[in-house]
Write a protein that binds this ligand. Structure first.
Ligand code: ADP
Length: 200
């Protein structure tokens, strides 16, 4: 493998509760690493510099202390104010993509996954060589999320409303994994994996 080798980037997304995390674990069993954008972004809030940048953009009232963000207040703010959400995304996404570009060449596999719940919504698919959508209809996602998160239905509805409808995701995907109970997930992942490898 030459020094400049970099794996291909494959985005994986799907409506909240569709089973992205579960499917990404199945890819991991095949040796495919994943960069989980939400997890990486969550770590930015440990950095005072990042927290200062957020306060500069959104106002000091999102701070809990001079160096830390009050995440509950921040969430409420971006939830009720689309412009604040766009401003926050403008801070977060370039950092996420820069971290991804540093991480990707360190992986030793023909391709690596980039997991994001808002891959298409934020145009991050433009950087991907291919995209996978994990699909499950809304009613079944709601049923699983009520079990998983034990939060009110309205809260889940509100989070769903910020994503593209999962049927729209289907039109955008290069590969689709149907994550219904009883569907052989491992076989679908294996099949998508082999197709991706054959097309690299
Ligand atoms: P996401 O990361 O897309 O929000 P998760 O992977 O956390 O979704 O899955 C949501 C919930 O559904 C979890 O509790 C998970 O254990 C469950 N789940 C995932 N795939 C299946 C499946 N094929 N059958 C039944 N339950 C599933």
């Amino acid at each position: 493998m030459c020094a400049s080798y970099s794996p291909k980037a494959v985005g994986i997304t799907g409506g909240i509760g569709c089973g992205k995390t579960t499917v990404v674990s199945a890819f991991a069993e095949l040796g495919v690493p994943a960069f989980v954008a939400d997890r990486v972004a969550a770590r930015y809030y440990d950095s005072p510099d990042f927290c200062h940048a957020v306060a500069q953009t959104l106002g000091a009232d999102v701070l809990a202390t001079p160096d830390t963000v009050d995440k509950v207040r921040l969430a409420q703010r971006v939830f009720s104010d689309p412009e604040a959400l766009t401003a926050l995304n403008t801070l977060v996404h370039p950092r996420v993509m820069a971290d991804f570009e540093r991480w990707l060449p360190q992986q030793r596999s023909p391709y690596a996954l980039f997991e994001s719940a808002i891959l298409y919504e934020c145009g991050l698919d433009a950087r991907m060589d291919a995209t996978i959508v994990v699909y499950l209809d809304r009613a079944e996602r709601m049923r699983r999320l009520l079990l998983r998160d034990r939060v009110p239905e309205e809260r889940i509805e509100a989070r769903m409303a910020r994503q593209l409808p999962s049927e729209v995701l289907l039109e955008k995907a290069d590969y689709v994994i149907l994550n219904y109970e009883g569907n052989p997930r491992a076989r679908q992942v294996d099949c998508v994996h082999r197709q991706i490898l054959s097309r690299l």
